[in-house]
Ligand binder design. Sequence first.
Ligand code: BES
Ligand code: ZN
Ligand code: ZN
Length: 477
Amino acid sequence: MLKISLKKTNLAQTKADLTIVFVVNKNLKHFWIQPEVLKEFGYEGEGIFFDQQNKIVYAGVNLLNVDIFRESAAQVIRYIKKMPFKNAKIGVYGDEEMMQGIFLGMLLGLYEFNQYKSKKFSPILKEIFIANESFDKTPVKPLQKALDKALILAQSIVLARDAINTPPEYATPLFMADLAQKIADENDLKCFIGDEKFLKKEKMQAFLAVNRASVHPPRLIHLTYKPKKSKVKIVLVGKGLTYDSGGLSLKPADYMVTMKADKSGGCAVLAIINALAKMGIEAEVHSIVGATENMIGGNAYKPDDVLFAREGKTIEVRNTDAEGRLVLADCLSYAQDLKPDYLIDFATLTGACVLGLGEYTSGIMGHNEDLKSRFEKLALKSGELMAKLPFNRHLAKLIESKIADVCNVASSRYGGAITAGMFLSEFIRPEYKDKWLHIDIAGPAFVEREWDINAAGASGAGVRACVEFILDVTKRG
Ligand code: BES
Ligand code: ZN
Ligand code: ZN
């Protein structure tokens, strides 16, 4: 991880190999900027420009907005990490919220997943100095707090990204359980790992059916963070499909690639509890992951099967590729036994959500309008794009089954993200309907191109948004 150090000196007094200057709104009148040099090279404040002679990197930002600064900070780091400089300095821009964005962008801008490269690129850049020249306006303490928060978030997001990016041959349900155990050991959490025997005892036939053709045994992972002082109980559930081949309703070759990322929801809830425990928040938090593969074989579950879910409902299977909702149905059932005040699931659940909202936005579903709006607002504040998708009674009819209580796919392909959410709702008890949120992260969880503060591959979608939401919940009491 990049080291960020707060200095009480101003930018000129701070010693560093390189200086980073943001050019806001093409305003080249900042005292640090030497307009002659920029004019000579025709730089007008857009994009990144490197003044070789003075060792200054200029980054144009067109808005005094934390989202833009965060992204720009990541871009600057990506640019300078290829250079032979050990450290760089930068001034303070805006308040601590703005600085937290800049810290996070810098920390994650350095991220790349190169575990499987023989020749690993290791940047010379190690440290960024923050020259806190506006010391009077932005006291050190809030800035230190912003830095601490950004560090915890970055470390947790990296944890999720690394696990999601790990190939399915290595990242099996047992790997997920080991990762959970490591997180538990490091943060003094309770860690329960349920094996096949446990799933059978719990009557989780829907979860077990999805696992049947896999050579890797399934695991239900349950981490608990229980501080002495706790105001609310939050239960998080994550889809942990370590591989989704589609099962007998096999995915076409092109669609199967990237399905190692179908464990993104599970990795997110592990990362979230890691972050919250490190922040020492005053809330009881549970993270539950349903970890399994969805494979083919002689013993695979089939379209036409009828499954008995833990909640007592029967499910007609018409497509084995709609497997996430089966695993989640049983995990959500288990989660409700914990009597949560808030129940939130994260899942790469549907391609339809990506079609509807685009690759960069997650879908928020549920029955509680106020809760959905609050989550959306806080997600956006955290820098994650999310939008509400509305349930309605007409779509509910599409998952009715002639042979069972509910069908695992809708009879129409339109509204697929919502019908998947409404399927999950079938397993939410009346008293928890208003406490439940379903977040479909299928779009942003894994993008094969660099975007915003994310490298190509896993982004850690859901982590920032949920941490922001839970911090807000605990603040309200
Ligand atoms: N894991 C996929 C959803 C997905 C698609 C995630 C693309 C990320 C990117 C899920 O299990 C799935 O296959 N869903 C099907 C549901 C359909 C059969 C009703 C889908 O979206 O096509
Ligand atoms: Zn699937
Ligand atoms: Zn899936």
